[in-house]
Design a protein around this ligand. Structure first.
Ligand code: RTP
Ligand code: MG
Length: 155
């Protein structure tokens, strides 16, 4: 008999500068939420790198301060895997604006660990295409193909 197929998806999460001091706790929540952490990298982005990462927002009013914030200190990029990883992680982190999230989704991670409308603790890829691009951005050698459940996570 064939074993059951388990479809595992990957997403890119970032612990942003305002939440970096709570990284261990946040990683614990991630694991308890059923994700495997496949790859992990702590890095301080240059303004150029932060601009490239958020290029879809180039030209918007908040772009310069977003770039300044994301390059203001270390971040931790994490490749997370589980079923429906992209949508599930976005649901867990909640709405973009921490202040509004506290009113509408008080249990979401941004409501609990974010700071304001910009410093919102965590990033999550918003689509499969974004996840591929963002994983490659932080982990250029990453191979995008199905990962067996239970594969060991490496630091
Ligand atoms: P992220 O990409 O960081 O996971 O956030 P998101 O998808 O929920 O929101 P997105 O629209 O992609 O915005 C990227 C980041 O830009 C800042 N932002 N500020 N002041 C504003 O109106 C505003 N809108 C967005 C936030 O830091 C947001 O995470
Ligand atoms: Mg986004």
């Amino acid at each position: 008999m064939e074993p059951p197929h388990i479809y595992v998806e990957r997403t890119l999460a970032i612990i942003k500068p305002d939440a970096i001091n709570r990284a261990d706790h946040l990683e614990d929540i991630i694991l308890k939420s059923g994700f495997a952490i496949l790859q992990k990298r702590r890095v301080t982005l240059t303004p150029e790198q932060a601009s490239d990462f958020y290029v879809e927002h180039y030209g918007k009013l908040f772009f310069p301060s977003l770039v300044a914030y994301m390059s203001s200190g270390p971040v931790i990029a994490l490749v997370l895997a589980r079923d429906h990883a992209i949508s599930y992680w976005r649901e867990l982190i909640g709405p973009t604006n921490t202040i509004k999230a506290r009113q509408t989704h008080p249990d979401c991670l941004r409501a609990l660990y974010g700071t304001d409308d910009q410093r919102n603790a965590l990033h999550g890829s918003d689509s499969f295409t974004s996840s591929e691009r963002e994983i490659r951005f932080f982990f250029p050698d990453s191979i995008i193909e199905p990962v067996p459940v239970g594969q060991a996570a490496k630091d």
